[in-house]
Design a protein around this ligand. Structure first.
Ligand SMILES: C[S@@+](CC[C@H](N)C(=O)[O-])C[C@H]1O[C@@H](n2cnc3c(N)ncnc32)[C@H](O)[C@@H]1O
Length: 123
């Protein structure tokens, strides 16, 4: 993603692991994109709430959600606040085990966001 951004483009990366992100940093540096990436080492919910508190609502173009699944709904809600109108949210793994995640199923209720479920059910 950083490679596709213009020179003044910025990514805020949320993670809690200094170990994993040390590896990531190595490759960001090799790819020449380290200066575009602002790594926030803290639980992502804290980082997203801080961004909202700092007045960054409506200022992001894109959100990619790919951390702890239990918080997917919370990340989604924060992303809705932080994105500009027309911004894009992508969520990894939502189609995992699709045959067992039918809209309305017990499993689906626990793993999917209610607004996404309603959207899927109306298809
Ligand atoms: C599947 S990996 C993300 C990979 C990354 N999106 C990529 O494409 O390279 C999940 C990451 O979420 C991080 N993580 C787990 N719980 C978190 C939390 N509460 N807040 C922020 N990051 C978290 C883990 O440390 C791990 O690096």
């Amino acid at each position: 993603m950083a490679l596709a951004l213009p020179a003044d483009g910025k990514i805020i990366a949320c993670d809690i692991s200094s170990e994993y992100t040390a590896t990531a940093r190595k490759y960001w540096r090799q790819a020449g994109v380290e200066s575009k990436i602002d790594l926030r080492l803290a639980p992502a919910l804290e980082t997203l709430d801080t961004l909202i508190a700092e007045g960054r609502a409506g200022s992001f173009d894109f959100a990619f959600i790919d951390a702890d699944k239990e918080n997917y709904s919370n990340y989604y809600e924060r992303a809705l606040v932080l994105l500009r109108p027309g911004g894009l949210i992508t969520v990894d793994n939502v189609l995992w085990q699709r045959p067992r995640h039918r809209p309305g199923s017990e499993r689906c209720r626990h793993t999917s966001h209610p607004r996404l479920q309603r959207k899927n059910s109306s298809r």
